[in-house]
Design a protein. Structure first.
Length: 175
C-alpha cells in the first residue's frame, strides 16, 4: 500500500491539497504557501486595470477617430497623418499606465504607489521628448498632433476615473 500511496499523488484542481488514493484528507492536507493564497490587493488592481483598459480604449479610440476626421477636413492628408500619430502616441501612453498596474499588482501597495507616481513622471518626460522631436518632422502638422494628444490623454484620464468609480473594489476614502 505504501508504493501505491507514493505513485498516486496528484493535485486536485483549485485546491491546495494533494489527492492520494486510499488516504484520508487529514493525512494529505499541507499548509498553503503564500503563492497559493489569493492576494486581495492584486485582485483589486487587476480588476481595475481590466476595467480601465476597456473604457480607455473605447473612449480614446473614439476621440482619435473624431480627431482624424477633423484634422483631415482642416489640413488634408498632413492633418490625417498628424492626428493618427498624435492619437497613437497618446493611446500608447495610456496603455503604459495599465501595463504598470498589471506588472506591479502583486507588489506591496506602498510600492505600487511609488511606481505609479514615478511612472507618471517618466511618462511626462517621454511625451515631452516625443513632442519636441516631432516638431522637426516637416510633414506633420504640429497643432493637429498636439490637440489630438491632449484630447486623447484627457479623455483617457476621464475614462480611467470613470472605470475606477464603476468598479467594485475595496477603497478607503479619508473623510
Amino acid at each position: 500500500m505504501g508504493e501505491k500511496r507514493d505513485r498516486d499523488h496528484s493535485r486536485r484542481a483549485g485546491s491546495g491539497r494533494f489527492y492520494t488514493a486510499g488516504v484520508s484528507d487529514a493525512e494529505t492536507t499541507e499548509p498553503e504557501t503564500a503563492a497559493e493564497k489569493p492576494d486581495p490587493h492584486a485582485e483589486s488592481v487587476l480588476k481595475l486595470a481590466a476595467a480601465m483598459q476597456r473604457d480607455m480604449l473605447i473612449a480614446g479610440g473614439a476621440v482619435v477617430a473624431v480627431a482624424v476626421v477633423t484634422a483631415t477636413i482642416w489640413q488634408g492628408l498632413p492633418g490625417l497623418v498628424s492626428a493618427l500619430v498624435g492619437g497613437i502616441i497618446a493611446l500608447l501612453s495610456a496603455v503604459g499606465t495599465i501595463l504598470m498596474m498589471r506588472k506591479t499588482a502583486y507588489l506591496p501597495p506602498s510600492f505600487v504607489l511609488v511606481v505609479a507616481l514615478g511612472g507618471y513622471a517618466v511618462k511626462l518626460f517621454i511625451l515631452f521628448g516625443v513632442m519636441f522631436a516631432l516638431r522637426y518632422v516637416t510633414y506633420l502638422h504640429e497643432l493637429s498632433v498636439g490637440i489630438t494628444m491632449i484630447a486623447v490623454i484627457l479623455i483617457a484620464a476621464v475614462a480611467e476615473m470613470r472605470a475606477f468609480r464603476r468598479t467594485k473594489i475595496p477603497t478607503i476614502i479619508p473623510a
